[in-house]
Design a protein around this ligand. Sequence first.
Ligand code: S3P
Length: 200
Amino acid sequence: MAHRDTGAGEPVLRRWEARSFLGAQMDTNLYLVGFMGTGKSTVGRQVARQVGFTFLDSDHEIERLQGQPVSAIFAERGEAAFRAMEREFIERGHPPKKCVISCGGGLVVPPGMLELLRSRGVVICMHAPIETILQRTSHTTHRPLLQVDNREQRLRELYAQREELYRRTGTMVLTDKRPLREIAAHVLRVYRQEAAQFGK
Ligand code: S3P
């Protein structure tokens, strides 16, 4: 696929290429899931830019709608209320087509959420080893689940609890020690194959 260099070092598709990429069924939403710190938003933004889709981050959309940060929602209304907001966002809170959505790490955890996502579009899981996640989240202040004394222990517990579930979500794309450009290309290859089959 031919690329134009923007000068920023990141290839984007030319207009006609984006159109031919989109094709008949290539307007299906793409949902990126995976543990916190796996790079869902960074990769999602890049992929959205390359195909001309709208990029949305479920945490940011919920924060915008509620007028408060995720940490305040957890503290004042509890995790269950936040999970209900995530479900509401997936059910009714975003356009049904041409979006790349970075899903908060726990969004896919409650029963039925994976099936719901799959009914809306292509689901791809971002993956990184726990050591990388520990590093990437070491300066985090905004993640309520990590506001504990022993952050490493908390992350290891959560990772172990959720690993199996993430593996079941769909194709996993490793985001560790790979350039963003390569990761985005991998995600796009998988998206293309799966979007062609979507709804069939
Ligand atoms: C959470 C992950 C966060 C955010 C909230 C809960 C989780 O999103 O939704 O803090 O349960 O794993 P990121 O995966 O974008 O950090």
